[in-house]
Design a protein around this ligand. Structure first.
Ligand code: TK8
Length: 339
């Protein structure tokens, strides 16, 4: 093997460090940073758990351990709403939340809760990563929260312990847990259910104790949170598509050097496609596993799905002012372009 002279090798190493922008000298000038991050689910079974673990792996590798992350899964740091409050206070640095609770901070985010807004992953990715989605992410500015990137929680399906669901009629009288979000509440009311808003980390116990009859979530979380163990029926409706948002608190972000701020933003983007890919694989894998574990799975027919869509169509107009008419129209226009 051709022997490199020492000078050539040292040139290559120097160039690599310079190119990486984080050469030993640059790193040495930056201070040690410790970031604490919380999520509501498990680290290994949920997609956003795997996503935040990937973020940790990449940022610690790129800074040779100068930036270290401590991860708090399974709601150890509270539920989505309380963790957002902690980010605003600076007592927690980062978190991953579903977009639905963010609407309590900035109403524009309600747009992502509109029933059947996104009907494919391609539409979701294009709109979220396009101008309309990015502008909505930017509306967090000034709230004490910074939305770094959209990940995927995914298309939501309904589980319950009473009966298979085929039409809105079948939801009549069922106590269905929803996220704490006005559009989720209204939609399930319109479909005839009794919606029960509740933080994610209280759902399993409520199902077990039959305080509620059912809940709705993407397959990954139905499996990872063990909800299927307390439910007899899983109905594929895909009635909502929920993005996850990887966030950092403004107070924590302001403590970072400009170079580290750029690095956090760069790595957030690098984890996006990974988390979505993992989520799509898990959604299919976990559905199969749940089938094998005996939960009765049915898919609502396209004709019956039209009944869900028809009865919820007024919700768009009802929440247009909260979302912002212009912004809503921009999102709908971008959806239409992809269809
Ligand atoms: C996890 C929640 C969850 C959401 C819910 O923290 O509350 O049902 O789907 O992913 O954000």
């Amino acid at each position: 093997m051709k022997k490199f002279s020492l000078s050539v090798a040292s040139l290559i190493v120097g160039a690599t460090f310079a190119l990486s922008g984080y050469g030993a000298s640059a790193q040495a000038q930056e201070k040690e940073v410790k970031l604490k991050a919380g999520i509501g689910s498990s680290l290994t079974g949920s997609s956003h758990g795997l996503g935040i673990a990937k973020f940790k792996e990449l940022i610690e590798k790129e800074t040779n351990g100068r930036i270290k992350m401590q991860l708090f899964p399974d709601g150890q740091m509270g539920n989505d709403q309380s963790m957002m409050d902690s980010l605003k206070m600076g007592t927690l640095d980062m978190m991953v939340t579903s977009s639905a609770p963010i609407a309590n901070t900035t109403k524009t985010f309600l747009v992502f809760d509109l029933p059947f807004l996104f009907t494919s992953e391609k539409i979701a990715d294009t709109v979220l990563d396009g101008p309309a989605g990015q502008e909505i992410l930017g509306t967090l500015k000034g709230t004490g929260l910074i939305g770094l990137v959209f990940w995927e929680n995914g298309f939501r399906n309904i589980t319950n312990s009473k009966r298979p669901i085929n039409t809105p009629e079948d939801l009549k009288g069922l106590k269905i847990r929803t996220m704490q979000n006005p559009i989720h509440l209204d939609s399930f009311k319109t479909w005839g259910a009794n919606p029960v808003p509740m933080p994610f980390n209280e759902v399993f116990t409520a199902l077990e104790q039959k305080v509620i009859d059912g809940q709705e979530n993407p397959n990954t979380l139905i499996y990872d949170a063990g909800f299927y163990e307390a439910q007899k029926y899983l109905t594929i409706t895909q009635h909502f598509y929920t993005p996850f948002v990887l966030m950092i608190g403004q107070k924590s972000f302001d403590k970072l050097s400009p170079a580290d701020q750029k690095l956090v933003q760069k790595i957030a983007l690098e984890t996006r496609d990974y988390e979505r890919k993992v989520n799509r694989e898990n959604n299919a894998k976990y559905l199969d596993l749940m089938k094998k574990k005996g939960i009765a799975i049915n898919e609502v027919s396209p004709q019956d799905l039209e009944k869900f869509k028809a009865s919820a169509k007024d919700i768009y107009a009802k929440f247009a002012n909260d979302i912002g008419k212009e912004r809503l129209d921009k999102v709908l226009a971008e959806v239409a372009k992809v269809k």
